[in-house]
Each structure stands twice: as structure tokens, then as C-alpha cells.
Design a protein around this ligand. Sequence first.
Ligand code: DX5
Ligand code: ZN
Length: 219
Amino acid sequence: MSKLIAPSILAADFANLQRDIEMVNESEADWFHIDIMDGVFVPNISFGMPVLKAINKYAGKIIDVHLMIVDPDRYIDTFAELGADILTVHYEACPHLHRTLQAIKAAGMRTGVALNPHTNVSLLEDVITDIDLVCMMSVNPGFGGQSFIENTYKKVKQLKEIIADNNASTQIEIDGGVTDQNAKQLVEAGADVLVAGSFVFKSTNPSETIKDLRSIANS
Ligand code: DX5
Ligand code: ZN
């Protein structure tokens, strides 16, 4: 199956958001990655519901919402109504993760669980068959433009084994510091989806950068 590219809108130009959304629509990107931060779970606030509503109005691809918020259960139905196709919650923010995942499914979305860099992948073993997407953080969540943490490769391999041992169809997404320098090695380790923010939007030709990244991931 093709490896997917999900540009992170956090790195877009918010004063030209429609333009940047259209660029992603017309590019070879597969998904829109949308980072919602609450200033509590992570030390930064990004944007919330009204902005997601505006994005959904123009976005013509899968909307992958990454919630970096405490108590995400409060907003599951709201995010479904706003057009999220995949809803990712953080393992570290969910004391009743199994229940949260059932609620996401019941609201008609695909389930995602994000892991901070220090969180061991084995903690997902007992819920892996309920997870459509694991978002493996390869930076500490909260900001775009950080450096990739090398330990991620090891974690991806470990997670891939857990998925295979349980006959699960979970996809592995890498989030943070993805570039053309680590894309190939990430895919070789077992990654299915690569999120890229700064590398795409700070480049001189974002559409071409998406194309290049996708071709490296699928080479
Ligand atoms: C970080 C976010 C990432 C971020 C990635 O908390 O979850 O999605 O936008 O940005 P880059 O690719 O710049 O590291
Ligand atoms: Zn993210």
C-alpha cells in the first residue's frame, strides 16, 4: 500500500489559509493534518473549532485531527460535526482510553492515539485492535519546526511488531521533524503516514516538496 503524506496546517500561512489549503488539494498530499492545542496539555495554543470549520469548507482530502488537549472526550461529537475523518487523542490525556476510542467510533470517525516521545509503545498492546492510527510523536508535542528524535525508529519497529502479533490493521503515522533526510528510514522501520509541517510550508515550492517526499516514501 502507498505510503501517505499529511501536510501539517500548523505551518501554513494563516493569513493565506485558503490559498494553502488549495495548494494541498491540488498537490499529491493524501491527508490534511490539523493540530489542535489547548495550552494545558501542551505549552502552546494553536487554533480551535472555528478555524477547523473554515478548513473543512475548502479541504478536499481526509481530515486528520490531532488533539493535544486534556479531557478530549468532551469534544468528540463536536469534532465529528466539524468534519474530522480521523480523531487522534493522546494516550497521556486519556485515563479511560478504551472508552474514548469507542466514543470516537460511535461518532463515525477513525480512531487515533498519539504517543509522546517518552511513552512506551507496549502500553497500547491491549487496545491495538481498536486503533486505526497510532500517531508516533517524533518531537515533544506543542510546536512545529523542532528536530526529529532519533529514538523514534526503534519505537516504530516495536509498534509494528505489536500490530502484527495482534493481526491489527493499525497504520503508523510519524509526527514531528519529518524531512527528506529521515522519510526513507521511517518507512523502512514501518511508518505508513508521514506528517510534515515546516519542511513543506517553509520550502520555496511546497507542492513540489510534497511530491518529492511522497516519492521518497514510496521508493
Ligand atoms: C507538533 C505537531 C506537529 C507539527 C509538525 O506538536 O503535532 O504536527 O505541526 O511540524 P513539523 O513538521 O514542523 O515538525
Ligand atoms: Zn500533529
